[in-house]
Design a protein around this ligand. Structure first.
Ligand code: ZN
Length: 97
């Protein structure tokens, strides 16, 4: 059975069953799909960014300094140290909510 055959997936964030299309792709997971729905992941990420304003400031400074021009992809070497607090999954390219 693949993820495509499932009628719904359960999101532990909002404790709701949702369509697979409501979940982000995540190549790092065996299922290829994120465990939280797009809405919950976006909310968690926005919350994390609010609680860690300095990280995004440093991330963007490092990205500009690296001169990646239009390429916004970062290598791990470019990234500032991750704060000790929990770090959410990075968003997929398709963040349509
Ligand atoms: Zn959810």
């Amino acid at each position: 059975m693949t993820i495509d055959t499932l009628a719904t997936l359960h999101c532990p964030g909002c404790d709701t069953d949702k369509a697979p299309a409501d979940f982000p792709r995540n190549a790092a997971r065996p299922s290829g799909i994120g465990s939280w729905c797009k809405r919950c992941q976006a909310d968690a990420q926005a919350d994390w960014r609010r609680r860690n304003p300095g990280y995004m400031r440093e991330y963007n400074r490092a990205r500009r300094a690296a001169g990646t021009k239009g390429d916004t992809r970062m290598t791990n070497a470019m990234l500032p140290p991750t704060p000790a607090a929990g770090f959410p999954e990075l968003p997929d390219d398709d963040r349509g909510l």
